[in-house]
Design a protein around this ligand. Structure first.
Ligand SMILES: Nc1ncnc2c1ncn2[C@@H]1O[C@H](COP(=O)(O)OP(=O)(O)OP(=O)(O)O)[C@@H](O)[C@H]1O
Ligand SMILES: [Mg+2]
Length: 595
């Protein structure tokens, strides 16, 4: 039994109760017993004295002297420790007495001599050297008090009886205490066991074992407490299950988000980061729990999180990461996290890569401006020449022909531009379904080359086409031909006279790759990323001379993408460029193609 435990306290209180009541009983009982015992002894001694007096009065009448009376009295002693003696009318023992001793007359003797009822005196007897009980009775002869009979017994005798009482009381106390202890311990055990069981179960639940329940069968208050406790545990585990489910859902949502989610706690440690946060911001999974300042460094995201958590207000900003072609634009939204009582509990930031979004936005904006600009140039030219003709130049037949030829060329250019724009728009909106079928690329490459041979010859450019065997892809033949035509057309256009253009077809893994290599002026590295944008031209003025609108490559890229292929470019300024188109090979490469 542990000191201070409920069992200990209950047992101790039992014990205390018993000991206290016994002690209380003893406190009242013992003085009463002492008095009773003393009185009994006193009465006994007194009546002995009176009896002895009556007997000795008879002897006195027979003429015995005081000394003889004293000797006779001595013989009346019923035990050696008892003294029975005679005193004369002055209260003095006869000279012959063994116990004769001069001194003041004791009170019981004085009282007896005066004929008063003798009190019993308890005092120290210097002759016997102990405390004794003294009693005296008058000796009466002829109606006159002639002396007294004195009796004394040791006071120890009274004490001896009392001692027995004390021993009995002590034994009762000990037995009572032992019984109280045993009984108390047994009851306390019965009472404290269910409480202990409850405490044990509560401990297990708080340690995480939510299935643990108290098994208390008693129908008393503790039983009710146990039932209430079990109900509470049921509710707790239900709530926890619901919370866990909720948390799992939220975690799934956050981890599947394409936006980066980063949260910090009140101490600036990383609380949460999803997969996108690792990809976009270069964080590692084990960064969770680390101080955000260490994991993120002097980063816009960390600054925003810190700022938001401190200020307690939302924040939105944009920032860039990386440089040059690798530069990415991010949009960040941060919200403070508030704990109970409005305490700062950190902040959460959602970061989105808006590079593509902004690019598309810019493209859309540019498109209108570009289209208007592209349309305006030929229209201005047409209008200028028409006005000149109307102003009288029509009369000069030669000038008239020259101007009309120019107007015709500009109109053609306008038509091509509009056709290209419409083609691009159709491709983008997927308005026209592609007519897919098995296509022999070697034949297609040869056809594109043969269409552009006259143009190459005109510019004194050697155009070679070669194919490494028969390669079949599933494609829309007309559109793929349009891609090859544009690539070869560009190669011829942007290669100075005397140069060479080579078209090759080869197999590369699961792809068929068509490459158009020229020995032209090449494309500066800064322009390469934008070369497939609509209306993008490296040198605006010079390409316009060549009659291009800058839509060819954009259309080509759309077509190749729609086929699940890739279009790539490598270039060295001054040394030439290579445009490659990779298209996935058809699986049944042996089946006979249509073209
Ligand atoms: N082989 C090449 N060598 C150098 N520059 C090239 C080459 N191919 C394309 N370019 C550059 O890319 C730009 C875009 O080409 P794209 O084919 O889209 O337009 P375009 O040829 O000018 O006009 P369009 O094809 O609509 O008639 C060209 O204006 C040119 O500046
Ligand atoms: Mg072109």
């Amino acid at each position: 039994m542990k000191l201070g435990s409920l069992r200990w306290k209950l047992t101790a209180s039992h014990l205390l109760l018993v000991v206290f009541s016994l002690a209380l009983a003893a406190a009242y009982l013992v003085p009463a017993l002492v008095q009773l015992q003393t009185e009994m002894y006193e009465r006994a001694v007194l009546s002995q004295a009176r009896m002895a007096a009556r007997m000795l009065e008879g002897s006195q009448a027979g003429g015995l002297t005081l000394s003889q009376l004293d000797a006779a009295a001595n013989r009346l002693a019923w035990r050696p420790e008892v003294y029975v003696g005679v005193k004369d009318a002055d209260g003095q023992a006869p000279a012959t007495s063994r116990w004769a001793q001069a001194g003041p007359v004791p009170p019981e003797v004085t009282a007896a001599l005066h004929g008063a009822p003798s009190p019993v005196d308890i005092r120290y007897d210097p002759v016997l050297g102990e405390t004794r009980l003294f009693a005296a009775a008058p000796l009466v002869s002829n109606g006159r008090v002639t002396g007294v009979v004195q009796i004394s017994v040791p006071h120890v005798w009274v004490q001896a009886v009392l001692n027995r009482v004390w021993t009995a009381l002590g034994t009762a106390l000990l037995l009572g205490a032992a019984a109280a202890w045993l009984l108390g311990a047994w009851r306390a055990r019965a009472l404290s066991a269910p409480v202990q069981e409850l405490a044990f179960t509560a401990g297990r639940i708080s340690a995480g074992d939510l299935a643990s329940r108290a098994t208390v069968a008693s129908r008393d208050e503790i039983g009710n407490l146990a039932a209430a406790f079990n109900r509470m545990a049921d509710q707790l585990s239900q709530k926890l299950d619901a919370l866990t489910e909720e948390r799992t859902k939220i975690e799934a949502i956050i981890s599947s988000m394409s936006d980066a989610v980063v949260a910090t706690d009140g101490a600036g440690r990383l609380l949460l980061l999803n997969g996108a946060a690792r990809d976009l911001l270069g964080l590692r999974p084990d960064d969770a729990g680390r101080p955000a300042a260490d994991a993120l460094g002097d980063h816009a995201v960390w600054r925003a999180l810190d700022h938001t958590a401190r200020r307690g207000t939302d924040a939105a900003e944009e920032f860039t990461l990386g440089s040059g072609a690798r530069e990415r634009l991010f949009h960040l939204n941060a919200t403070p996290l508030r704990a109970a009582g409005g305490r700062n509990a950190g902040a959460v930031a959602v970061v989105r890569d808006v590079t593509e979004f902004r690019r598309a936005e810019r493209l859309r904006r540019d498109l209108t401006a570009n289209v208007s600009h592209e349309l305006r140039t030929p229209l201005t030219s047409i209008k200028g020449f028409t006005e000149t003709l109307l102003a009288g130049a029509a009369a000069d037949e030669q000038a008239c022909r020259r101007f009309l030829t120019i107007i015709d060329a500009e109109a053609t250019r306008l038509m091509t531009l509009v056709d290209d724009l419409m083609a691009l728009s159709r491709l983008e909106s997927r308005a026209e379904p592609m007519e897919l079928g098995p296509v022999r690329l070697d034949a297609l490459v040869e056809e594109a080359a043969s269409r552009l041979r006259p143009q190459a010859a005109q510019h004194h450019i050697a155009l070679r086409a070669s194919a490494a065997g028969t390669l079949v892809v599933t494609a829309d033949a007309d559109r793929i031909l349009q891609v090859f035509t544009n690539l070869i057309d560009n190669a011829i256009k942007f290669t100075p006279e005397g140069g060479a253009v080579e078209v090759t077809l080869r197999e590369d893994g699961a792809d068929a790759v068509v490459s158009v290599t020229d020995s032209g002026r090449g494309i500066p590295p800064d322009d390469l990323p934008r070369i497939f944008d609509r209306f993008y031209r490296v040198e605006r003025s010079r390409s316009r001379e060549a009659g291009g609108s800058g839509l060819g490559l954009a259309i080509a890229k759309h077509i190749v993408d729609a086929h699940g292929g890739r279009i790539m470019v490598t270039s060295r300024p001054g040394a030439g460029s290579t445009f490659s188109v990779a298209l996935p090979l058809a699986r049944e490469a042996t089946s006979a193609p249509a073209n």
